[in-house]
Design a protein around this ligand. Structure first.
Ligand SMILES: NC(=O)c1ccc[n+]([C@@H]2O[C@H](COP(=O)([O-])OP(=O)(O)OC[C@H]3O[C@@H](n4cnc5c(N)ncnc54)[C@H](O)[C@@H]3O)[C@@H](O)[C@H]2O)c1
Ligand SMILES: [Zn+2]
Length: 255
């Protein structure tokens, strides 16, 4: 192996784990990604977060190290199971909520089937999402501010995903619905029903039976915790997100 030459590691694991192995093997090799899922194309392949889980703790060990290239071909998606399409669309809806009201409308006017059938429409949507994430990451690679917005739906979503073994997209969808409810109470968000109907249109869940106590046990161990509080992503309106520091006590009362 020639050090310094670009190397593509073809490992059949999620991109996040492949990026981690490439980042630490031989003290780090250059790597690139060829995502084959919607989620990989619009989210996981972009931004350089590489990591592995330790026990129940997701991405507890990892690096921030950017891929040298990303190569996209939507033909891969022909064989992608529908449940994986939904996972990817949960992140697309997240992007629309935090940054792009016009895209929210495009999603509302279409359906998963439209995107699956219409390759140019799908390519345009994936490109729009990839550029949106790239722009956020370029402005704040190490998540000091703006990049935190990408965690919309993920604080509660990750806790539900871990505790109840949900698919990532399902957990994030429920997390977004819950964050919308909190946004109503904290920043007077008034469009929860618009968000819920879009999630339902893309066959994503909007609620779950869960134990508040068990979810809090996980939230309290969140690596993004800040003392007795957590930075929570709320929506002021569709297309505009805000970060608010919320104490665990307040969160427990509001949920
Ligand atoms: N690093 C980040 O910023 C970031 C962001 C979001 C998600 N993630 C992580 O990314 C992972 C999910 O990404 P993913 O969905 O690409 O994971 P993945 O590669 O595991 O794919 C999900 C499933 O779809 C199958 N699959 C993938 N492409 C296929 C295709 N073209 N045809 C048929 N089957 C196919 C896989 O075999 C797997 O079973 C999670 O671990 C998540 O935590 C990371
Ligand atoms: Zn996610």
């Amino acid at each position: 192996m020639v050090r310094g030459a670009p190397v593509v590691l073809l490992l059949k694991t999620p991109l996040t784990k492949t990026g981690y192995v490439a980042s630490v093997f031989l003290r780090g090799l250059p790597f690139g990604f060829i995502p084959t899922s919607v989620l990989g194309m619009v989210d996981a392949g972009i931004g350089g977060k590489n990591g592995i889980d330790v026990g129940l703790y997701k991405n507890m060990v990892g690096t921030i190290n950017q891929p040298h290239f990303l190569l996209y071909d939507v033909s891969f998606l022909k064989t992608l199971p529908v449940i994986e399409w939904r996972n990817g669309f949960a992140e697309i809806i997240k992007h629309a909520c935090i940054k792009d009201e016009a895209m929210f409308k495009v999603l509302k006017e279409n359906s998963l089937k439209n995107f699956q059938k219409n390759k140019p429409l799908l390519q345009k949507l994936i490109q729009r999402n990839a550029f949106l994430k790239i722009k956020v990451v370029q402005g704040d690679e190490f998540e000091k501010g703006e990049r935190k917005l990408l965690n919309f739906g993920h604080t509660l979503g990750h806790a539900l995903e871990k505790k109840y073994n949900l698919m990532h997209g399902e957990a994030v969808a429920i997390g977004m619905a819950m964050a919308a409810g909190l946004s109503e109470k904290i920043v007077s968000f008034k469009q929860t029903s618009r968000l819920l109907s879009l999630l339902e249109k893309y066959e994503l869940p909007t609620s779950a039976d869960y134990s508040k106590k068990k979810i809090f046990e996980i939230l309290i161990s969140d690596k993004k915790r800040d003392g007795n509080s957590i930075n929570f992503i709320l929506l002021e309106k569709i297309g505009k997100a805000a970060i608010r520091k919320i104490s665990f006590d307040q969160l427990y009362k509001l949920l």
